[in-house]
Design a protein around this ligand. Sequence first.
Ligand SMILES: Cc1cc2nc3c(=O)[nH]c(=O)nc-3n(C[C@H](O)[C@H](O)[C@H](O)COP(=O)(O)OP(=O)(O)OC[C@H]3O[C@@H](n4cnc5c(N)ncnc54)[C@H](O)[C@@H]3O)c2cc1C
Ligand SMILES: NC(=O)c1ccc[n+]([C@@H]2O[C@H](COP(=O)([O-])OP(=O)(O)OC[C@H]3O[C@@H](n4cnc5c(N)ncnc54)[C@H](OP(=O)(O)O)[C@@H]3O)[C@@H](O)[C@H]2O)c1
Length: 422
Amino acid sequence: MSSMSDPFDFFSRRCVWVHGPIIVGAGPSGLAVGACLKEQGVPFVILERSDCIASLWQKRTYDRLKIHLPKQFCQLPKLPFPEDYPEYPSKEEFIRYLESYAKHFNINPRFNQSVQSARYDETCRLWRVRTVGTGAEAGNWNAEVEYIGRWLVVATGENAEKVVPEMEGLAQFGGDVTHVCDYKSGDIYRGKRVLVVGCGNSGMEVCVDLCDHDAFPSMVVRDSVHVLPREVLGKSTFELAVFLLKWLPLWLVDRILLVLAWLVLGNVEKYGLKRPSTGPLELKNTQGRTPVLDIGTLSKIRSGDITVVPGVKRFMPSKVELVDGQVLDVDSVIFATGYRSNVPRWLQGTDFFSKDGYPKVPFPNGWKGNSGLYAVGFTRRGLSGASSDAVRIAKDIARVWKEETKPAKGLTACHRRCMSQI
Ligand SMILES: Cc1cc2nc3c(=O)[nH]c(=O)nc-3n(C[C@H](O)[C@H](O)[C@H](O)COP(=O)(O)OP(=O)(O)OC[C@H]3O[C@@H](n4cnc5c(N)ncnc54)[C@H](O)[C@@H]3O)c2cc1C
Ligand SMILES: NC(=O)c1ccc[n+]([C@@H]2O[C@H](COP(=O)([O-])OP(=O)(O)OC[C@H]3O[C@@H](n4cnc5c(N)ncnc54)[C@H](OP(=O)(O)O)[C@@H]3O)[C@@H](O)[C@H]2O)c1
């Protein structure tokens, strides 16, 4: 293990001593921890690889996106959505809310700082977090900085990197190929035959958007999927599930949801949407597979505007062969094949996270590791899970902060000549 006693390593890059926690990621999770720490009077720094807050929402989502869950499940701690916001805020409204959230709590992340590695230095009992500058305009392109502090909060999200599966023949396909994180609207697909690979919430919604722009989408459903109505009798299905879970076991709530889905949506299996044998909530809890909340895809499947097709066998020039032997002519491919955490790539020397980049300990206990390590937003429970992590983390750090500021001050003094401080 490297240590601060390695003089070449230690002096080769700019070092910054951080009073309080180092938070990696300025998405909703990082902002929520920041706001809760502000309330407790604990200073911190947020490192963000992008040039803005909530970069997933600002840069890697499509235009028509609205929050699928009622707003009370998506607001961050300490500051509710404005009262005039609709039940399901749009992407723009959500971003506006996050910007006012950051402003309200005076949170100023360090942008264009991509964390390359973070490691706990046993000798000094401090976290050493190395970043590389990503903003050419800021003049810090490739500049390396090492942030050093007592606590590390991982807030890089469940959707940090896109997943694009390797598929036979894709290089020979010849048409345009994109991931849904780069899709904005169906405008450029007008009149085109588009293969959408994946039937999660993204794949289903992008198919509707393609129809609205006079494109011809085929949606790949390689296995099974739970589709639920977004609302039942004007009430959010999600809200209903949360309410029922207070009184009933999960398996029974799953049964109720499936009966309601059948009543509202009918038998979806006849359209090629086979249901998994495990219930929707149990599947989410055990495998992290999110049920799809229908916002119009089913009616477009029923009307034949969206064609459901089985898995992809291989691509050929301007064509795709499916596992059932069908060959389709295709102009464009959109991968809506999901995302993954990037934590294993940069967090070193701890077994708190598993290989898939999620804390090994499941919700609600996966927020705290050893040696001042914390994780926020890895609960597979969206924004409400992130909020509950954030409140716990800030409380925990504030408690220790009050006890430990004195020893930290001693350390600061000893390194004052070689480090800047924030
Ligand atoms: C299309 C889409 C719609 C969604 N809709 C909903 C919804 O309606 N409700 C809901 O609850 N959830 C939704 N989600 C889930 C989503 O994960 C949360 O909304 C929310 O964005 C999670 O916040 P986060 O801060 O944990 O992660 P993110 O929003 O992903 O933020 C993480 C931040 O960390 C930064 N980062 C990553 N790696 C590094 C690094 N190495 N160094 C520095 N910075 C780094 C990223 O640039 C990013 O800004 C949606 C997800 C997607 C993809
Ligand atoms: N408005 C909203 O609130 C909204 C909108 C969009 C997304 N989201 C959220 O964002 C997160 C990501 O959603 P997402 O839909 O982008 O990803 P996702 O939920 O992970 O879905 C990925 C889909 O791709 C399929 N897939 C993966 N590899 C494949 C392959 N090789 N061949 C065929 N299919 C393949 C998966 O099928 P299998 O299931 O068979 O693996 C799944 O259907 C989720 O939490 C989701 O709820 C929310």
